[in-house]
Write a protein that binds this ligand. Structure first.
Ligand code: NAI
Length: 244
């Protein structure tokens, strides 16, 4: 999952696709950072903090404070000079912008290691998502209890989508089965897909796919770790040279 807070300035340049106005006139780069602000705001609210200065919120999210203020201004939120932002109201504004003031019904396709972990995670409910069903093709899994649900058979996917007005489909099946599952979700009317399978899904216009690839995140961390270690090594060499 790419950390929105790490989106570079260049990604927010006009003309870059990530700056394309999103529904509601909010640039996509801003939309990508909103969940990061929301997570920090929830943490503040849990600690009983009622107001937060933009600098403090910026620090806790790793976004520079001018950018954060600009992002929040897209939501019509400007904060009060010398006081900052009302945490509870900002949670509401960010949630509203992200469409989280309503619960989104989700289906998880694949009840293997990943599907089970997702289905068992209680945090989605408080973040605006309700997992309505978990489906699998393995008869040994169908009928098993999982996170308050019973694993259903994937043959019922279309019925489940219609019955629960599913808005988001999560694909947690092996790569070989993912495109077919995606096609079925789309044909059933699902227009938002979160894909964990290691392949690029083909979807028609009007369908949003977000791909999650933890190995890419690890590779990016490895790159930064390597760069830090090269810098340390370089500094040590310079230091030694200066002392000599
Ligand atoms: P798993 O093998 O434990 O589970 C896969 C499940 O999919 C099984 O229960 C299987 O019965 C089911 N399945 C297979 N074909 C199906 C079909 N046509 N319809 C419905 N269910 C079907 O695998 P795991 O570890 O849960 O991984 C699932 C997927 O997520 C894989 O594609 C894996 O590569 C990917 N993955 C991605 C990660 C990421 O960072 N993006 C991290 C871990 C896994």
């Amino acid at each position: 999952m790419s950390s929105a807070a790490e989106l570079s300035d260049s990604e927010a340049e006009p003309g870059n696709t990530s700056d394309r106005p999103y529904a509601g006139g909010i640039p996509e780069a801003t939309v990508a950072r909103l969940p990061v602000y929301l997570r920090a705001l929830y943490a503040l609210a849990e600690r009983g903090v009622t107001t937060v200065a933009s600098d403090e919120l910026a620090r806790s999210t790793g976004v520079n404070s001018a950018k954060l203020r600009k992002d929040l201004s897209h939501l019509g939120s400007y904060g009060i000079r010398g006081v900052g932002y009302d945490v509870e109201y900002l949670v509401y504004q960010v949630s509203r912008a992200l469409g989280l003031t309503q619960r989104w019904p989700v289906v998880i396709v694949g009840a293997g290691n990943l599907g089970r972990a997702l289905a068992n995670y209680g945090g989605f409910v408080t973040r605006g998502f309700r997992i309505e069903a978990v489906l699998d093709s393995d008869q040994a899994l169908v009928g098993r209890k999982l996170g308050g649900l019973i694993v259903g058979h994937v043959n019922d996917l279309e019925t489940v989508v219609a019955e629960h007005s599913i808005a988001i489909g999560v694909i947690a099946v092996p790569a070989g089965a993912a495109q077919a599952m995606c096609d079925r979700l789309v044909a059933a009317g699902v227009t938002s897909i979160l894909n964990f399978a290691p392949l690029v899904l083909q979807v028609p216009d009007g369908v949003d796919v977000r791909k999650v690839d933890l190995s890419i995140e690890l590779q990016i961390l490895a790159f930064h770790a390597q760069r830090r270690s090269a810098e340390r090594f370089g500094q040590a060499t310079d230091h030694t040279a200066a002392e000599a």
